[in-house]
Design a protein around this ligand. Structure first.
Ligand SMILES: [Zn+2]
Length: 93
C-alpha cells in the first residue's frame, strides 16, 4: 500500500464511516472499496503475509524501526476494522 503519486507509505484512516488510505507525505487519498473488503475477508492469512512484505518494503524505503512498528500496527488495526464490520453485517442478516 504505497502512494501511486509519490511512492510513500499510505496509512489507513477512517472518515465518514469509511476507510481511506492516505499518503503521509503528499496527502493523496484513496477510498477502501468493497471488493477489497471481501478480498480481505477471504484472505486473512495471505493479508498477514502481505504485512511482512510491506515491512520488508518499508525497510527498503529507509524507514526507522519505530516507523516500521507504527506502520505494522496501523495495518493490524486496518484489518481488524474490516473483520469487525464483516461480523456486524453477518449478525444483522
Ligand atoms: Zn504521496
Amino acid at each position: 500500500m504505497f502512494c501511486p503519486r509519490c511512492g510513500s507509505v499510505m496509512v489507513p484512516t477512517r472518515k465518514d464511516g469509511s476507510i481511506y488510505l492516505k499518503c503521509s507525505k503528499c496527502g493523496y487519498e484513496v477510498k477502501g472499496d468493497e471488493s477489497k473488503k471481501y478480498n480481505i475477508r477471504h484472505q486473512v492469512e495471505p493479508s498477514k503475509r502481505v504485512l511482512t512484505a510491506v515491512a520488508s518494503e518499508a525497510r527498503e524505503s529507509g524507514l526507522t524501526p519505530e516507523e516500521r512498528e507504527m506502520l505494522r500496527e496501523y495495518y493490524e488495526v486496518f484489518l481488524e476494522e474490516f473483520e469487525r464490520s464483516e461480523g456486524e453485517e453477518s449478525e444483522s442478516d
